[in-house]
Every structure is written in structure tokens, then in C-alpha cells.
Design a protein. Structure first.
Length: 252
């Protein structure tokens, strides 16, 4: 498969980019940014992250991709901080990463090397981290929180959303998957699922972010349901670094 080789070369050449999508509170303040990888293939054009992340996962390239994303995000966080823009940035990590021995220590070392305080980085994980070796995953996550890195549980509701995992995972934020958000206004069952998720998360002391918010009506419903922040095209799609800087400056 040519795509794997192309991805490996793109990572070596620094041709993979990170774009940043804001997470915004209902008072308009910025809660953070999520880093999302973007790859423009020289012949095929933009390749969907879903496609090349799946390739990276099955081929063993994931550690390199995550390393690249972490390095790029940390360098960007440091640049923004130097400009006075202090916004936490979330990086997506895969179950592979969480099962790799030494991952927590490696993240802490990278933070130190970039002079970035741990609280400026957030890691987004999914419930899949608990599928393979829950004990090892729990150890890694405990190591990360021990270093002061905050964790966010992504795509909540799409996996097998075990309450046991929700209780055991040391996350401080829960992200409601956009499949529940999309039809919130027209589907009563989705609205009830969102309501229960917000209440459950709050009773566990977690912040709640709703993903994929595209219109004002959905924004209002989420506010009324007590959600803490939203992410979605209503506010902004993921933007290249320079555009993100301009966007942040307008808000600070
Ligand atoms: O913007 P969107 O098409 O970016 O993202 C598609 C999927 O790819 C999402 O599930 C998202 O979490 C995932 N994704 C985006 N960037 C990264 C990344 O840097 N690392 C990992 N592991 N997943 C990512
Ligand atoms: O799995 P994860 O939640 O990290 O993936 C986020 C995905 O959702 C990315 O592909 C991102 O580009 C996409 N996304 C972000 N905001 C919106 C939105 O408002 N509507 C839709 N349909 N997709 C969105
Ligand atoms: Na994510
Ligand atoms: Mn998500």
C-alpha cells in the first residue's frame, strides 16, 4: 500500500499539519483548542484523518504519528504562550499510545523540553483505551495525571460507555459525541441522552463539552441542559495555526 510509505515520508519531511478547533464556553470565553491532524497528499489531495489514522494504527506507525503531533502541538503552545496567548491545547492519543511503556514519562519530558506547563496540555482518549490491558492503561493515565496533564474522554456514548470505566478513568472532561448533538433539537431521545450524560458527568465532577454544534438552536439547548462548553462549526472549524492565532487575538 503506497499510502503508508507516503505517510511515513510526510512525517519525516514535516508535511503533516495540525489545525486547531476552539472549545468555547457559553459566555464566549475560550476553554481550549483541539489539535486535529491534516495531511495534504501531493497527488491525492487531502486524505481524511480517519483513513490515515487507521493505517497508522494497523501498521505500527502510530507512535511516530503521536510523537509528531505532540512535538508540533507543544512547539505551537510555547509560541502562543510567548505571545501571551495561554490556551490549553488538547491532543488526541490512541489506545496504542496509552499501552506503550514509558508514554507518561515521555510526555512529561517533552513538556519540560518545550518549557510548557503540564496544565497547558490536555490528552483526549476514548473508552477503547480500556479494552486491551485496563491495568496498564490505568497505570499510564495515572502517571500522566501525576505529572499534571489533564485527560478528556472523547466520543462519549459511541463506544460501550461503561460506567465502571467512566469512574475509573482519571479524566476531568467528557466530550459528548456529535452523533447525539446533531439531532438534539429534533429528537427527544437524543435530548434525554444528552441531559443524562451532562448530569452524570457533573455528579462525577467532570466538565462537559458537546461536539459538532452547528446551529444556534442546538447551542441554546446545550446551554439550558447545563453543558459547560461546545465545539463545532457554529463557532469555528479547525483552523491552520496562523488563522488560529488571529482568532485567539480577537478573543483575548
Ligand atoms: O477533523 P476530523 O476529520 O479531524 O478527525 C477525524 C478523526 O481523527 C477524529 O476521530 C479525531 O479524533 C481523529 N484525530 C484527529 N487528529 C488526530 C491525532 O492527532 N491523533 C489521533 N490519534 N487521532 C486524531
Ligand atoms: O473523534 P473526534 O471527536 O476527535 O473528531 C472530531 C471530528 O468532528 C473531526 O473530523 C472534526 O473536523 C469534526 N467536526 C468538528 N466540528 C464539527 C461540526 O460542527 N460538525 C461536523 N459535522 N463535524 C465537525
Ligand atoms: Na478528539
Ligand atoms: Mn470526539
Amino acid at each position: 500500500l503506497g499510502l503508508l510509505g507516503d505517510l511515513r515520508r510526510a512525517l519525516d519531511a514535516g508535511d503533516v499539519e495540525l489545525h486547531y478547533q476552539p472549545k468555547v464556553r457559553f459566555d464566549g470565553t475560550v476553554a481550549g483548542l483541539e489539535a486535529l491532524v491534516r495531511w495534504e497528499h501531493p497527488e491525492r489531495g487531502r486524505v481524511s484523518p480517519e483513513e490515515f489514522i487507521a493505517i497508522a494504527e494497523t501498521s505500527g506507525l502510530m507512535p511516530q504519528l503521536t510523537e509528531y503531533v505532540l512535538e508540533t502541538a507543544l512547539a505551537q503552545i510555547a509560541r502562543w504562550r510567548a505571545m501571551g496567548l495561554k490556551v490549553p491545547v488538547a491532543v488526541n492519543v490512541s489506545p496504542r499510545d496509552v499501552h506503550s511503556p514509558g508514554f507518561a514519562g515521555a510526555v512529561a519530558a517533552r513538556l519540560a523540553r518545550h518549557g510548557v506547563p503540564p496544565a497547558a496540555l490536555q490528552l483526549e482518549i476514548t473508552e477503547h483505551v480500556m479494552l486491551e490491558d485496563p491495568q496498564r492503561a490505568a497505570d499510564t493515565l495515572a502517571g500522566l495525571t501525576g505529572h499534571g496533564v489533564k485527560m478528556s474522554l472523547d466520543d462519549f456514548g459511541t463506544g460501550y460507555s461503561s460506567l465502571v470505566h467512566l469512574r475509573r478513568l482519571p479524566v476531568s472532561e467528557l466530550k459528548i459525541d456529535r452523533s447525539f448533538v446533531a439531532r438534539l433539537v429534533v429528537d427527544n431521545e437524543d435530548a434525554e441522552i444528552v441531559r443524562c450524560t451532562v448530569d452524570l458527568a457533573h455528579s462525577l465532577g467532570l466538565l462537559v463539552v458537546a461536539e459538532g454544534v452547528e446551529d444556534d438552536e442546538t447551542w441554546e439547548r446545550l446551554r439550558d441542559l447545563g453543558c459547560d462548553a461546545i465545539q463545532g462549526w457554529l463557532v469555528a472549524a479547525a483552523m491552520p495555526p496562523a488563522e488560529t492565532t488571529a482568532w485567539l487575538r480577537l478573543r483575548h
